[in-house]
Design a binder for this molecule. Structure first.
Ligand code: FAD
Length: 457
């Protein structure tokens, strides 16, 4: 009998697993795939390593800073900060039709940009900043959803600036169409604008290696290729975990990181049926054999919208090229391959359109989208590339479904979040995406907080 079984070896599964192993619990982490990391994996193609999820590790603070999510997380998981080998971003740009705003890991940069581009709003922006800083964002209770668009209006009068501030937060963590929960706004505002972006040297693999090594050192058991097919429940109690192989496992408690509807489905509560539309992404990856500086591309990340109002919604067509995110990983400080340039371009996508394609049409659509996405990136970055492309790839909502099990490829899971992880069972709880803390740092903290709250109290 295990003390705790955790379903899913993504960031939140590891956060919970490591926390519990450190506390001396007999803990089993089950992953359906051969590889770990969930949305944050990596793979090799033509000898080049690609991160799947990681554009940026949010919440950057420098060594020794106290009371911030990143340093709390290192402390809780006993991971020395230096071992993350974090390299800071250079500059991030929010590009709209008539104006750009840039920000870095120094908040003054954004303040002075707002002052220069929207002088009549700078005091309002300071007021917003002071207000956000005093909000508690880790409360597990409270209303399900409060509209950030509505909450922002009394602070920022200029709708153009409001849209610009919302765009990066939508793309890096909103499960809601054209909006964002106000608490999620506060979390992401601090994570992105106040703290900022970094990348571990070596990419997401560096984080995953640390998590896996620590987990094993502290006595946790990880099993890959172990898909959970059912959770046998009697009344309000989860009794057994049944693997696809037919093996039956027992645990006093279960934490599931695979999503709200997906977990309910494992418990025999019907199929996945999202009551609100879910959002999904496509991402294209193109690698050039020349440095980013030779292209004149100096930003680390560019968030763009070709319209003054952001349309963060499911497009009618396969992919929406009117907004998105371009990340150039080589534009972090001290990148391991500065002689190359990788363009990772993320767009909103339509799951149903992708899911209906035959295999042949699917590959043809991918090739077409790759080309259109590249053209879009060159247009936004402002120049045609020097050098030749040595690798390219694309993932679609179908890939997200395959790698995470999130129905409809829901990138940030269900719009309905269960902040205390409680889904009606006395020993089965949620952690991860549908608990509501998103992103790499968010998912790790979600695992830790659900383990602390439900298993270690
Ligand atoms: C393109 C993209 C870019 C992103 N960029 C960033 C970024 O730059 N910075 C950032 O902080 N965040 C980023 N994210 C978000 C971040 O990746 C996620 O928020 C986070 O990884 C979610 O972790 P999780 O543990 O909640 O879920 P997941 O990563 O979905 O993990 C769930 C795990 O459960 C496993 N599983 C599912 N069903 C079963 C089953 N039945 N049995 C056993 N195992 C199962 C899955 O295989 C998976 O490994 C990005 C995501 C994407 C897709």
């Amino acid at each position: 009998m295990w003390d705790v079984i955790i379903i899913g070896a993504g960031m939140s599964g590891f956060g919970a697993g490591l926390r519990l192993a450190l506390a001396g619990k007999k803990v089993l982490l089950l992953e359906q795939h051969n590889s770990i990391g969930g949305l944050n994996g990596f793979y090799y193609r033509n000898g080049i390593k690609y991160d799947v999820g990681l554009h940026a590790l949010t919440n950057f603070v420098s060594v020794g800073s106290k009371g911030h999510p990143l340093t709390k997380l290192c402390r809780q998981l006993r991971i020395p900060y230096e071992q993350l080998q974090l390299k800071e971003q250079r500059l991030t740009r929010i590009r709209f039709p008539q104006v750009d705003l840039t920000f870095s890991n120094n908040f003054e940069q954004l303040l002075s940009e707002v002052d220069e581009k929207f002088p009549q709003e700078v005091d309002n922006f300071r007021r917003l900043d002071a207000h956000i800083l005093q909000l508690s964002d880790t409360e597990l209770s409270g209303p399900d959803f409060v509209s950030a668009r509505t909450q922002l209006k009394p602070f920022i009068k200029n709708s153009y600036l409001r849209e610009m501030l919302l765009l990066p937060l939508f793309y890096y963590g909103s499960a809601h169409v054209n909006d964002l929960d106000w608490r999620q706004f506060a979390i992401l505002y601090k994570a992105i604008y106040k703290e900022g972006f970094s990348r571990p040297l070596g990419g997401v693999r560096t984080i995953l290696r640390l998590l896996r090594e620590r987990f094993r050192e502290w006595g946790g058991t990880l099993r890959v290729k172990a898909r959970v097919a059912h959770i046998q429940c009697v009344g309000q109690e989860a009794k057994r975990v049944v693997l696809a192989s037919g093996e039956v496992l027992e645990a006093k408690q279960i934490l599931s990181s695979i999503g709200l509807q997906e977990t309910r489905q494992l418990c025999g509560q019907g199929g996945v049926n999202h009551t609100q539309p879910v959002l999904t992404f496509a991402e294209t990856i193109s690698t050039l054999d020349a440095s980013s500086s030779s292209q004149g591309w100096h930003d680390t990340i560019v968030f763009f919208s070709k319209t003054p109002e952001v349309h963060y919604e499911t497009p009618l067509q396969l992919v929406d090229f009117n907004s998105g995110v371009i990340c150039i990983p080589e534009n972090y400080q001290e990148h391991e391959c500065p002689q190359r340039t990788t363009l990772r371009t993320t767009h909103l996508a339509n799951y149903h359109q992708w899911s209906q394609l035959t295999e042949e049409a699917y590959y043809a659509a991918k090739a077409k989208c790759l080309e259109a996405s590249r053209a879009c990136a060159f247009d936004i970055l402002g120049s045609k590339p020097q050098g030749s492309f040595i690798a390219e790839d694309m993932f679609t909502p179908r890939t997200i479904l395959r790698f995470t099990g999130h129905q409809q490829g829901a990138i940030y899971g269900s719009p309905q979040k269960i902040r205390d992880g409680n889904i009606g069972y006395k020993n089965l709880f949620l952690c991860g995406t549908d608990q509501g803390f998103l992103g790499i740092i968010g998912a790790l903290l979600s695992g830790i907080s659900m383990a602390n709250y439900h298993c270690l109290k």
